[in-house]
Ligand binder design. Structure first.
Ligand SMILES: [Zn+2]
Length: 245
C-alpha cells in the first residue's frame, strides 16, 4: 500500500536483502577451482544434489500475480537446464505448505527433504525477527546441512517488502542459492581470500551484472546501464555449469 516512488527509492537504497544463510560453519566446498574463475572459488555453497530435478512447491497463498512471476523465474532456470543438461532443474507446483516445513524460532527448525524446495510467503515481521533476519529483507534462502551434506532448504519471500516488480529477479536469485550458488562477489562481511569483493566492481563487470549479485541495485547508481536481472546472465550460467550434475 505504500509502494510510492519514495518508498521504492528508499528500498533500493536500503535493502540489500537477498541473503543466503550458511548454517553449517564448515560446509564442504565444491571444488570450483577446477572450473570457472579463480576469484570465484569460494562463491559456492554446500552442494545440492542436482542429479535429478528438485521438487519445488510454491505456496498457494501467494497472489496469482506473484505465483506467475515465481514461475517465470523457475522457467529461466529450467530453460537453462534444458539447454545445458537436457532436462529441467525444478518441477514446480502450486500447493499448500505444511506448517512443519516452515521455520519458527530457529532457522533450521523445519522439516524438509533433500530433493524438495519450498517457496513460502511470510509477512510476519516478528517471524523474520525471530529468525534474526533483517526487517528489510525481501527474500531469503535457508539451507540446512548435516555433516556437510545439504538436508533441506526453504525460500521465504515477504510480499510486504518485496514489491511485485522485483519478484522475478529476487526469485531467480534465491533459486540460484537453492542449487548451490553463492553470491557472484563478496559483501564486506563475507570476504574470503579467494572470493572477489563486490566493492569496486565496474558496472560492466560480469559479476556485478549477475543475478547472483547480492544487491537489488537497479537505479542505485543512476549511471548504471540497466541490467536485466530477470534472466540469467553470463556469469550465472558459467558458474551453474560448474556445479550442476
Ligand atoms: Zn543472496
Amino acid at each position: 500500500m505504500f509502494l510510492g516512488r519514495l518508498s521504492n527509492l528508499f528500498k533500493l537504497l536500503v535493502i540489500m536483502g537477498m541473503a543466503a544463510l550458511y548454517l553449517s560453519a564448515c560446509a564442504k566446498k565444491e571444488e570450483p577451482c577446477n572450473c570457472g574463475a579463480k576469484n570465484q572459488c569460494a562463491s559456492y555453497m554446500t552442494a545440492t544434489d542436482t542429479s535429478q530435478a528438485l521438487n519445488l512447491v510454491i505456496d498457494e497463498t501467494f497472489s496469482t500475480d506473484y505465483q506467475n512471476k515465481i514461475l517465470q523465474a523457475v522457467s529461466e532456470w529450467n530453460n537453462y537446464g534444458a539447454t545445458n543438461k537436457g532436462r529441467k532443474l525444478f518441477l514446480p507446483r502450486i500447493g499448500a505448505i505444511n506448517p512443519a516445513t516452515i521455520p519458527e524460532l530457529d532457522k533450521c527448525s523445519f522439516s524438509g527433504e533433500r530433493n524438495s524446495v519450498f517457496i513460502i510467503s511470510d509477512e510476519a515481521a516478528q517471524k523474520w525477527a525471530a529468525l534474526k533476519l533483517g526487517a528489510n529483507i525481501p527474500g531469503v534462502t535457508i539451507r540446512c546441512s548435516t555433516d556437510g551434506e545439504l538436508d533441506r532448504q526453504i525460500i521465504m519471500l515477504n510480499p510486504k517488502i518485496l514489491s511485485p516488480e522485483y519478484v522475478v529477479r529476487v526469485t531467480i536469485h534465491e533459486l540460484g542459492h537453492s542449487i548451490g550458488l553463492n553470491h557472484s562477489c563478496a559483501e564486506p562481511e563475507d570476504v574470503a581470500s579467494d572470493y572477489l569483493a563486490c566493492a569496486g566492481l565496474g558496472k560492466e563487470h560480469s559479476y556485478r551484472q549477475a543475478v547472483m549479485f547480492p544487491r537489488i541495485e537497479q537505479n542505485l547508481w543512476t549511471e548504471d546501464a540497466l541490467v536485466d536481472r530477470e534472466s540469467l546472465q553470463f556469469n550465472d550460467k558459467e558458474r551453474a555449469a560448474c556445479i550442476l550434475r
